[in-house]
Write a protein that binds this ligand. Sequence first.
Ligand code: FAD
Length: 452
Amino acid sequence: MSTYGIIGAGITGLTLALRLAHDGNNVQIWEADERVGGAIRSDRSEGWLAEAGPNSIQDSDASVSDLVEAVGLSDRLQEASTEAKRRYIVRGARPVLVPNSPLNAISTPLFSWKAKFGILGEPFRKPAADPLTDESLASFVRRRLGQEFLDYAINPMVGGIFAGNPEKLSVGHAFQKVKALEDDYGSLIKGSIGRMRERKRSGTTPHRKRVLSFPDGLSELTDAISRNLGDRLKTGHRVVEIVREVDSGYTLHFDGHPSARVHHLIFAGTTHSLENIRFTGFNGAPDALAKEVTYAPVHSVTLGFHKDDIVHPLDGFGVLVPEVEPFRILGCLFTSSIFGGRAPEHHATLTTFIGGMRRPELTELPDEELLDVVKQDLDALLGLFGKPVFTRIFRWSKAIPQYEVGYGDILKRMEAIENDNPGFEFAGNYKTGISLDACIRYGWNYKPAIRD
Ligand SMILES: Cc1cc2nc3c(=O)[nH]c(=O)nc-3n(C[C@H](O)[C@H](O)[C@H](O)COP(=O)(O)OP(=O)(O)OC[C@H]3O[C@@H](n4cnc5c(N)ncnc54)[C@H](O)[C@@H]3O)c2cc1C
Protein backbone atom coordinates (compact mmCIF):
# COMPACT_ATOMS: atom_id res chain seq x y z
CA MET A 1 0.00 0.00 0.00
CA SER A 2 1.22 3.50 -0.85
CA THR A 3 1.92 5.84 2.01
CA TYR A 4 0.95 9.47 1.60
CA GLY A 5 2.58 12.15 3.67
CA ILE A 6 1.08 15.65 3.93
CA ILE A 7 2.89 18.67 5.31
CA GLY A 8 0.60 21.28 6.89
CA ALA A 9 -2.76 20.88 8.64
CA GLY A 10 -4.53 23.94 7.30
CA ILE A 11 -7.89 23.31 5.65
CA THR A 12 -6.19 22.08 2.45
CA GLY A 13 -3.95 19.50 4.13
CA LEU A 14 -6.69 18.33 6.50
CA THR A 15 -9.26 17.86 3.74
CA LEU A 16 -6.74 16.03 1.55
CA ALA A 17 -5.75 13.75 4.43
CA LEU A 18 -9.35 12.85 5.17
CA ARG A 19 -10.07 12.18 1.48
CA LEU A 20 -7.05 9.90 1.17
CA ALA A 21 -7.93 8.10 4.41
CA HIS A 22 -11.55 7.62 3.29
CA ASP A 23 -10.28 6.14 0.03
CA GLY A 24 -8.37 3.53 2.01
CA ASN A 25 -4.88 4.99 1.74
CA ASN A 26 -2.28 4.97 4.42
CA VAL A 27 -1.84 8.67 5.18
CA GLN A 28 0.05 10.77 7.70
CA ILE A 29 -0.12 14.51 8.17
CA TRP A 30 2.29 16.73 10.11
CA GLU A 31 1.65 20.25 11.38
CA ALA A 32 4.30 22.60 12.74
CA ASP A 33 1.97 24.36 15.19
CA GLU A 34 0.51 22.80 18.31
CA ARG A 35 -2.96 23.45 16.86
CA VAL A 36 -4.54 22.61 13.50
CA GLY A 37 -6.36 24.93 11.09
CA GLY A 38 -3.61 27.22 9.75
CA ALA A 39 -5.40 30.47 8.89
CA ILE A 40 -8.58 29.19 10.58
CA ARG A 41 -8.61 30.04 14.27
CA SER A 42 -11.80 30.74 16.24
CA ASP A 43 -11.45 32.46 19.59
CA ARG A 44 -14.48 32.00 21.86
CA SER A 45 -14.58 33.74 25.24
CA GLU A 46 -17.45 34.74 27.56
CA GLY A 47 -20.17 35.06 24.97
CA TRP A 48 -17.92 36.61 22.30
CA LEU A 49 -16.60 34.88 19.21
CA ALA A 50 -13.75 36.32 17.15
CA GLU A 51 -12.27 34.69 14.08
CA ALA A 52 -8.55 35.33 13.65
CA GLY A 53 -8.66 34.59 9.92
CA PRO A 54 -11.61 33.61 7.72
CA ASN A 55 -15.10 34.35 9.03
CA SER A 56 -17.19 32.26 6.66
CA ILE A 57 -17.19 29.74 3.83
CA GLN A 58 -19.16 30.42 0.68
CA ASP A 59 -19.90 27.03 -0.86
CA SER A 60 -20.07 26.86 -4.64
CA ASP A 61 -20.79 23.14 -4.92
CA ALA A 62 -21.55 20.14 -2.71
CA SER A 63 -17.92 19.60 -1.55
CA VAL A 64 -18.28 21.68 1.62
CA SER A 65 -21.52 20.04 2.78
CA ASP A 66 -20.16 16.57 1.91
CA LEU A 67 -17.05 17.20 3.99
CA VAL A 68 -19.13 18.60 6.85
CA GLU A 69 -21.35 15.53 6.75
CA ALA A 70 -18.37 13.17 6.64
CA VAL A 71 -17.08 14.59 9.92
CA GLY A 72 -20.54 14.53 11.56
CA LEU A 73 -21.07 18.27 11.74
CA SER A 74 -24.13 18.70 9.48
CA ASP A 75 -26.40 19.62 12.38
CA ARG A 76 -23.87 22.27 13.52
CA LEU A 77 -23.84 24.15 10.18
CA GLN A 78 -24.86 27.77 10.61
CA GLU A 79 -26.15 29.68 7.61
CA ALA A 80 -25.76 33.45 7.36
CA SER A 81 -28.84 35.53 8.19
CA THR A 82 -31.03 36.84 5.35
CA GLU A 83 -29.96 40.32 6.44
CA ALA A 84 -26.38 39.43 5.44
CA LYS A 85 -27.44 39.52 1.78
CA ARG A 86 -27.26 43.32 2.06
CA ARG A 87 -23.77 44.68 1.48
CA TYR A 88 -22.42 48.19 1.71
CA ILE A 89 -19.66 50.02 -0.17
CA VAL A 90 -18.45 53.46 0.84
CA ARG A 91 -19.14 56.35 -1.54
CA GLY A 92 -18.96 59.99 -0.55
CA ALA A 93 -17.56 58.93 2.86
CA ARG A 94 -20.73 57.01 3.82
CA PRO A 95 -21.88 53.39 3.43
CA VAL A 96 -24.13 52.94 0.37
CA LEU A 97 -26.12 49.74 -0.23
CA VAL A 98 -24.88 47.62 -3.13
CA PRO A 99 -27.82 47.21 -5.55
CA ASN A 100 -29.33 43.72 -5.52
CA SER A 101 -31.91 44.07 -8.30
CA PRO A 102 -31.98 45.67 -11.79
CA LEU A 103 -34.30 48.40 -10.45
CA ASN A 104 -31.91 49.21 -7.58
CA ALA A 105 -29.04 49.20 -10.05
CA ILE A 106 -30.71 52.05 -11.96
CA SER A 107 -31.42 54.18 -8.93
CA THR A 108 -28.30 53.45 -6.85
CA PRO A 109 -26.13 56.42 -5.86
CA LEU A 110 -23.11 54.07 -5.88
CA PHE A 111 -22.47 54.86 -9.58
CA SER A 112 -22.96 58.02 -11.63
CA TRP A 113 -25.28 57.99 -14.65
CA LYS A 114 -22.22 58.08 -16.88
CA ALA A 115 -20.88 54.90 -15.24
CA LYS A 116 -24.29 53.21 -15.47
CA PHE A 117 -24.51 53.88 -19.22
CA GLY A 118 -20.91 52.71 -19.53
CA ILE A 119 -21.86 49.37 -17.94
CA LEU A 120 -24.83 49.01 -20.31
CA GLY A 121 -22.41 49.40 -23.23
CA GLU A 122 -20.28 46.44 -22.08
CA PRO A 123 -21.74 43.86 -24.52
CA PHE A 124 -20.80 46.09 -27.44
CA ARG A 125 -17.11 46.39 -26.52
CA LYS A 126 -14.58 44.27 -28.37
CA PRO A 127 -12.95 41.40 -26.49
CA ALA A 128 -9.19 41.40 -25.88
CA ALA A 129 -7.18 41.14 -29.09
CA ASP A 130 -5.12 38.29 -27.64
CA PRO A 131 -6.93 36.30 -24.91
CA LEU A 132 -3.63 34.65 -23.94
CA THR A 133 -2.13 37.94 -22.72
CA ASP A 134 -1.85 37.94 -18.93
CA GLU A 135 -3.78 41.13 -18.17
CA SER A 136 -4.18 42.89 -14.84
CA LEU A 137 -7.65 42.89 -13.29
CA ALA A 138 -7.67 46.71 -13.34
CA SER A 139 -6.89 46.91 -17.05
CA PHE A 140 -9.55 44.27 -17.82
CA VAL A 141 -12.25 46.07 -15.82
CA ARG A 142 -11.32 49.51 -17.18
CA ARG A 143 -11.56 48.13 -20.71
CA ARG A 144 -14.91 46.39 -20.19
CA LEU A 145 -16.78 48.38 -17.53
CA GLY A 146 -14.94 51.68 -17.02
CA GLN A 147 -12.84 53.40 -14.35
CA GLU A 148 -15.72 54.17 -11.99
CA PHE A 149 -16.78 50.53 -11.81
CA LEU A 150 -13.17 49.65 -11.08
CA ASP A 151 -12.98 52.27 -8.30
CA TYR A 152 -16.33 51.62 -6.62
CA ALA A 153 -16.99 47.90 -7.21
CA ILE A 154 -13.85 45.96 -8.07
CA ASN A 155 -11.26 47.81 -5.99
CA PRO A 156 -13.20 47.41 -2.71
CA MET A 157 -14.21 43.83 -3.55
CA VAL A 158 -10.59 42.86 -4.25
CA GLY A 159 -9.52 44.60 -1.04
CA GLY A 160 -12.04 42.40 0.78
CA ILE A 161 -11.12 39.08 -0.83
CA PHE A 162 -7.39 39.22 -1.64
CA ALA A 163 -6.45 42.34 0.37
CA GLY A 164 -4.95 42.90 -3.06
CA ASN A 165 -4.19 45.54 -5.66
CA PRO A 166 -6.26 45.18 -8.87
CA GLU A 167 -3.45 46.85 -10.85
CA LYS A 168 -1.22 43.87 -9.96
CA LEU A 169 -3.61 40.91 -9.72
CA SER A 170 -3.96 38.82 -12.87
CA VAL A 171 -7.55 38.54 -14.11
CA GLY A 172 -6.73 35.16 -15.68
CA HIS A 173 -5.29 33.66 -12.51
CA ALA A 174 -7.25 35.42 -9.73
CA PHE A 175 -10.64 35.61 -11.49
CA GLN A 176 -10.61 32.81 -14.04
CA LYS A 177 -14.39 32.51 -14.30
CA VAL A 178 -14.80 36.21 -15.11
CA LYS A 179 -12.12 36.09 -17.79
CA ALA A 180 -13.73 32.95 -19.26
CA LEU A 181 -16.95 34.94 -19.87
CA GLU A 182 -15.07 37.31 -22.17
CA ASP A 183 -13.09 34.48 -23.76
CA ASP A 184 -16.18 32.35 -24.44
CA TYR A 185 -18.85 34.98 -25.20
CA GLY A 186 -16.93 38.19 -25.98
CA SER A 187 -18.68 40.00 -23.11
CA LEU A 188 -19.34 39.63 -19.38
CA ILE A 189 -23.04 40.49 -19.64
CA LYS A 190 -23.61 38.25 -22.69
CA GLY A 191 -21.56 35.54 -20.99
CA SER A 192 -23.58 35.64 -17.77
CA ILE A 193 -26.84 35.33 -19.72
CA GLY A 194 -25.32 32.62 -21.92
CA ARG A 195 -24.19 30.56 -18.92
CA MET A 196 -27.69 30.84 -17.40
CA ARG A 197 -29.25 29.61 -20.67
CA GLU A 198 -26.77 26.71 -20.88
CA ARG A 199 -27.73 25.63 -17.37
CA LYS A 200 -31.44 25.81 -18.25
CA ARG A 201 -30.94 23.84 -21.46
CA SER A 202 -28.99 21.10 -19.70
CA GLY A 203 -31.65 20.95 -16.97
CA THR A 204 -29.08 21.34 -14.18
CA THR A 205 -30.38 23.07 -11.08
CA PRO A 206 -27.83 25.65 -10.01
CA HIS A 207 -26.26 25.00 -6.61
CA ARG A 208 -27.69 27.42 -4.02
CA LYS A 209 -24.60 29.19 -2.70
CA ARG A 210 -24.62 29.66 1.04
CA VAL A 211 -22.45 31.62 3.45
CA LEU A 212 -21.61 29.20 6.24
CA SER A 213 -19.96 28.80 9.59
CA PHE A 214 -20.56 26.96 12.90
CA PRO A 215 -21.80 28.17 16.31
CA ASP A 216 -18.27 28.05 17.72
CA GLY A 217 -16.67 29.29 14.51
CA LEU A 218 -14.80 27.68 11.65
CA SER A 219 -12.38 25.88 13.98
CA GLU A 220 -15.24 23.46 14.64
CA LEU A 221 -14.64 22.08 11.15
CA THR A 222 -10.85 21.76 11.35
CA ASP A 223 -11.07 20.31 14.87
CA ALA A 224 -13.64 17.74 13.71
CA ILE A 225 -11.45 16.71 10.75
CA SER A 226 -8.49 16.33 13.07
CA ARG A 227 -10.54 14.14 15.45
CA ASN A 228 -11.50 11.97 12.47
CA LEU A 229 -7.87 11.64 11.44
CA GLY A 230 -6.89 10.47 14.93
CA ASP A 231 -3.25 9.46 15.22
CA ARG A 232 -2.65 9.93 11.50
CA LEU A 233 -2.20 13.61 12.44
CA LYS A 234 0.77 14.91 14.40
CA THR A 235 0.89 18.50 15.60
CA GLY A 236 4.05 20.18 16.89
CA HIS A 237 5.96 18.51 14.02
CA ARG A 238 7.79 21.11 11.94
CA VAL A 239 9.37 19.63 8.82
CA VAL A 240 12.93 20.96 8.55
CA GLU A 241 14.39 18.71 5.85
CA ILE A 242 13.01 16.56 3.04
CA VAL A 243 15.29 14.01 1.43
CA ARG A 244 14.34 12.57 -1.94
CA GLU A 245 15.50 8.97 -1.76
CA VAL A 246 17.37 7.51 -4.73
CA ASP A 247 15.20 4.37 -4.92
CA SER A 248 11.89 6.35 -4.57
CA GLY A 249 9.98 8.03 -1.79
CA TYR A 250 10.81 10.82 0.63
CA THR A 251 12.23 10.98 4.13
CA LEU A 252 11.05 13.82 6.35
CA HIS A 253 13.10 15.18 9.21
CA PHE A 254 11.42 17.14 12.00
CA ASP A 255 12.46 19.52 14.69
CA GLY A 256 12.99 17.19 17.69
CA HIS A 257 11.00 14.15 16.51
CA PRO A 258 11.91 10.87 14.78
CA SER A 259 12.02 10.96 10.95
CA ALA A 260 9.35 9.45 8.71
CA ARG A 261 9.43 7.91 5.25
CA VAL A 262 6.59 8.06 2.68
CA HIS A 263 6.06 7.06 -0.94
CA HIS A 264 4.15 10.21 -1.89
CA LEU A 265 4.50 13.64 -0.39
CA ILE A 266 2.12 16.60 -0.65
CA PHE A 267 3.31 19.99 0.53
CA ALA A 268 0.21 21.81 1.87
CA GLY A 269 2.11 24.45 3.84
CA THR A 270 2.62 28.08 2.84
CA THR A 271 5.14 28.95 0.12
CA HIS A 272 6.98 31.37 2.44
CA SER A 273 7.65 28.49 4.84
CA LEU A 274 9.52 26.63 2.06
CA GLU A 275 12.64 28.68 2.74
CA ASN A 276 12.96 27.08 6.19
CA ILE A 277 13.03 23.57 4.77
CA ARG A 278 16.18 21.96 3.38
CA PHE A 279 15.50 19.99 0.19
CA THR A 280 18.08 17.26 -0.36
CA GLY A 281 18.39 15.24 -3.57
CA PHE A 282 15.64 17.23 -5.29
CA ASN A 283 15.69 18.19 -8.94
CA GLY A 284 15.07 21.94 -8.94
CA ALA A 285 14.76 24.12 -5.87
CA PRO A 286 11.30 24.16 -4.20
CA ASP A 287 12.63 26.61 -1.57
CA ALA A 288 13.25 29.22 -4.30
CA LEU A 289 9.45 29.56 -4.58
CA ALA A 290 9.43 31.19 -1.14
CA LYS A 291 10.68 34.46 -2.61
CA GLU A 292 8.45 34.35 -5.67
CA VAL A 293 4.94 34.40 -4.23
CA THR A 294 3.90 37.73 -2.70
CA TYR A 295 1.69 37.54 0.41
CA ALA A 296 -0.42 40.52 1.52
CA PRO A 297 -0.07 41.42 5.20
CA VAL A 298 -3.49 41.89 6.84
CA HIS A 299 -4.51 42.40 10.43
CA SER A 300 -7.95 41.50 11.65
CA VAL A 301 -9.40 43.51 14.53
CA THR A 302 -12.59 42.36 16.24
CA LEU A 303 -14.27 44.90 18.50
CA GLY A 304 -17.37 44.35 20.62
CA PHE A 305 -19.73 47.21 21.49
CA HIS A 306 -22.99 47.71 23.28
CA LYS A 307 -25.55 47.97 20.45
CA ASP A 308 -26.68 51.37 21.71
CA ASP A 309 -23.15 52.66 21.18
CA ILE A 310 -23.32 52.18 17.38
CA VAL A 311 -25.50 54.49 15.28
CA HIS A 312 -25.57 52.31 12.15
CA PRO A 313 -28.19 49.50 12.25
CA LEU A 314 -25.54 46.99 11.06
CA ASP A 315 -28.22 45.50 8.81
CA GLY A 316 -25.98 43.63 6.41
CA PHE A 317 -22.81 41.64 5.80
CA GLY A 318 -20.49 44.58 6.20
CA VAL A 319 -18.96 47.54 4.44
CA LEU A 320 -16.07 47.67 1.97
CA VAL A 321 -13.92 50.75 1.46
CA PRO A 322 -12.72 51.80 -2.03
CA GLU A 323 -9.14 53.06 -2.15
CA VAL A 324 -10.30 56.43 -3.54
CA GLU A 325 -12.29 57.14 -0.36
CA PRO A 326 -10.59 58.92 2.58
CA PHE A 327 -10.27 55.96 4.97
CA ARG A 328 -7.45 53.65 6.00
CA ILE A 329 -9.29 50.38 6.72
CA LEU A 330 -10.05 47.88 3.94
CA GLY A 331 -13.49 47.12 5.25
CA CYS A 332 -15.48 45.81 8.16
CA LEU A 333 -17.73 42.80 8.65
CA PHE A 334 -20.87 43.18 10.80
CA THR A 335 -19.97 39.80 12.27
CA SER A 336 -22.76 39.46 14.81
CA SER A 337 -25.34 40.41 12.16
CA ILE A 338 -24.11 37.66 9.82
CA PHE A 339 -24.22 34.82 12.36
CA GLY A 340 -26.02 34.62 15.68
CA GLY A 341 -24.16 33.86 18.91
CA ARG A 342 -21.08 36.01 18.24
CA ALA A 343 -21.78 38.58 20.96
CA PRO A 344 -23.62 38.65 24.31
CA GLU A 345 -27.18 39.97 24.32
CA HIS A 346 -27.55 43.67 23.38
CA HIS A 347 -23.99 43.70 22.00
CA ALA A 348 -22.49 43.56 18.51
CA THR A 349 -19.13 42.60 17.03
CA LEU A 350 -17.37 44.30 14.14
CA THR A 351 -14.38 42.68 12.40
CA THR A 352 -12.18 45.17 10.58
CA PHE A 353 -9.38 44.34 8.13
CA ILE A 354 -6.45 46.69 7.78
CA GLY A 355 -3.27 46.74 5.69
CA GLY A 356 -3.22 44.57 2.60
CA MET A 357 -1.30 45.50 -0.53
CA ARG A 358 -3.05 48.89 -0.30
CA ARG A 359 -1.60 50.05 3.01
CA PRO A 360 1.00 47.45 4.15
CA GLU A 361 2.76 50.06 6.32
CA LEU A 362 -0.28 50.17 8.66
CA THR A 363 0.42 46.59 9.71
CA GLU A 364 3.66 47.83 11.33
CA LEU A 365 1.71 49.98 13.82
CA PRO A 366 1.73 48.92 17.47
CA ASP A 367 -1.61 47.70 18.87
CA GLU A 368 -2.71 51.02 20.42
CA GLU A 369 -2.13 53.01 17.21
CA LEU A 370 -3.71 50.28 15.08
CA LEU A 371 -6.80 50.39 17.31
CA ASP A 372 -6.95 54.19 17.01
CA VAL A 373 -6.97 53.98 13.20
CA VAL A 374 -9.70 51.33 13.25
CA LYS A 375 -11.86 53.21 15.77
CA GLN A 376 -11.52 56.55 13.94
CA ASP A 377 -12.57 55.01 10.61
CA LEU A 378 -15.43 53.00 12.16
CA ASP A 379 -16.64 56.09 13.99
CA ALA A 380 -16.71 58.12 10.76
CA LEU A 381 -18.49 55.35 8.85
CA LEU A 382 -20.85 53.82 11.40
CA GLY A 383 -20.99 56.31 14.27
CA LEU A 384 -19.57 55.05 17.56
CA PHE A 385 -20.38 56.51 20.99
CA GLY A 386 -18.81 54.30 23.59
CA LYS A 387 -15.57 52.41 23.89
CA PRO A 388 -15.32 48.77 22.79
CA VAL A 389 -15.97 46.31 25.60
CA PHE A 390 -14.21 43.47 23.78
CA THR A 391 -11.02 43.68 21.68
CA ARG A 392 -9.05 41.08 19.75
CA ILE A 393 -6.21 41.85 17.33
CA PHE A 394 -4.87 39.12 15.06
CA ARG A 395 -1.74 39.91 13.09
CA TRP A 396 -0.98 38.14 9.80
CA SER A 397 2.28 39.39 8.32
CA LYS A 398 1.81 36.98 5.40
CA ALA A 399 -1.92 36.53 5.08
CA ILE A 400 -3.00 35.95 1.52
CA PRO A 401 -1.00 34.88 -1.58
CA GLN A 402 -1.37 37.29 -4.47
CA TYR A 403 -2.08 35.81 -7.91
CA GLU A 404 -0.33 38.65 -9.70
CA VAL A 405 0.35 39.13 -13.40
CA GLY A 406 3.02 36.55 -14.26
CA TYR A 407 1.66 34.00 -11.75
CA GLY A 408 1.46 31.49 -14.62
CA ASP A 409 5.28 31.31 -14.61
CA ILE A 410 5.30 30.47 -10.90
CA LEU A 411 2.69 27.74 -11.43
CA LYS A 412 4.78 26.36 -14.30
CA ARG A 413 7.84 26.22 -12.03
CA MET A 414 5.80 24.31 -9.45
CA GLU A 415 4.66 21.90 -12.14
CA ALA A 416 8.23 21.40 -13.35
CA ILE A 417 9.33 20.55 -9.79
CA GLU A 418 6.47 18.06 -9.51
CA ASN A 419 7.37 16.46 -12.85
CA ASP A 420 11.08 16.29 -12.00
CA ASN A 421 10.46 14.81 -8.54
CA PRO A 422 7.95 11.99 -9.01
CA GLY A 423 5.77 11.46 -5.98
CA PHE A 424 6.02 15.08 -4.82
CA GLU A 425 3.16 17.57 -5.18
CA PHE A 426 2.19 21.09 -4.12
CA ALA A 427 -1.27 21.93 -2.76
CA GLY A 428 -2.70 24.90 -0.92
CA ASN A 429 -4.25 28.30 -1.35
CA TYR A 430 -1.25 29.51 -3.38
CA LYS A 431 -2.08 26.96 -6.08
CA THR A 432 -5.75 26.04 -6.13
CA GLY A 433 -7.47 29.31 -5.18
CA ILE A 434 -7.50 31.30 -1.95
CA SER A 435 -11.07 30.76 -0.75
CA LEU A 436 -11.84 28.04 1.79
CA ASP A 437 -14.35 26.72 -0.72
CA ALA A 438 -11.59 26.29 -3.33
CA CYS A 439 -9.23 24.63 -0.82
CA ILE A 440 -11.96 22.19 0.28
CA ARG A 441 -13.11 21.47 -3.28
CA TYR A 442 -9.54 20.59 -4.26
CA GLY A 443 -8.89 18.39 -1.23
CA TRP A 444 -12.24 16.63 -1.12
CA ASN A 445 -12.21 15.76 -4.85
CA TYR A 446 -8.54 14.82 -4.90
CA LYS A 447 -7.61 11.92 -7.13
CA PRO A 448 -3.97 10.95 -6.79
CA ALA A 449 -2.21 12.31 -9.86
CA ILE A 450 1.14 11.54 -8.37
CA ARG A 451 3.36 9.25 -10.37
CA ASP A 452 5.82 6.88 -8.74
C1 FAD B 1 -7.29 37.31 7.73
C2 FAD B 1 -7.83 36.32 6.72
C3 FAD B 1 -9.18 36.33 6.39
C4 FAD B 1 -9.69 35.42 5.46
N1 FAD B 1 -11.04 35.40 5.20
C5 FAD B 1 -11.56 34.42 4.42
C6 FAD B 1 -12.98 34.22 4.34
O1 FAD B 1 -13.76 34.90 5.02
N2 FAD B 1 -13.44 33.23 3.52
C7 FAD B 1 -12.59 32.42 2.80
O2 FAD B 1 -13.07 31.56 2.05
N3 FAD B 1 -11.25 32.56 2.89
C8 FAD B 1 -10.72 33.51 3.69
N4 FAD B 1 -9.35 33.62 3.86
C9 FAD B 1 -8.47 32.71 3.07
C10 FAD B 1 -8.39 31.29 3.66
O3 FAD B 1 -8.52 31.34 5.06
C11 FAD B 1 -7.04 30.65 3.32
O4 FAD B 1 -6.77 30.76 1.93
C12 FAD B 1 -7.05 29.16 3.70
O5 FAD B 1 -7.40 28.99 5.05
C13 FAD B 1 -5.66 28.57 3.43
O6 FAD B 1 -5.62 27.22 3.82
P1 FAD B 1 -4.35 26.32 3.51
O7 FAD B 1 -4.57 25.03 4.17
O8 FAD B 1 -4.09 26.30 2.04
O9 FAD B 1 -3.11 27.09 4.17
P2 FAD B 1 -2.85 27.48 5.69
O10 FAD B 1 -4.11 27.70 6.42
O11 FAD B 1 -1.86 28.60 5.63
O12 FAD B 1 -2.17 26.18 6.32
C14 FAD B 1 -0.83 25.81 6.08
C15 FAD B 1 -0.35 25.04 7.29
O13 FAD B 1 0.94 24.49 7.01
C16 FAD B 1 1.70 24.54 8.20
N5 FAD B 1 3.13 24.45 7.87
C17 FAD B 1 3.87 25.34 7.16
N6 FAD B 1 5.15 24.93 7.09
C18 FAD B 1 5.22 23.75 7.74
C19 FAD B 1 6.29 22.85 8.01
N7 FAD B 1 7.54 23.08 7.61
N8 FAD B 1 6.02 21.73 8.73
C20 FAD B 1 4.76 21.44 9.15
N9 FAD B 1 3.72 22.29 8.93
C21 FAD B 1 3.94 23.43 8.24
C22 FAD B 1 1.30 25.88 8.80
O14 FAD B 1 1.63 25.94 10.19
C23 FAD B 1 -0.19 25.91 8.54
O15 FAD B 1 -0.93 25.34 9.60
C24 FAD B 1 -8.82 34.50 4.81
C25 FAD B 1 -7.45 34.48 5.15
C26 FAD B 1 -6.96 35.36 6.11
C27 FAD B 1 -5.51 35.27 6.51
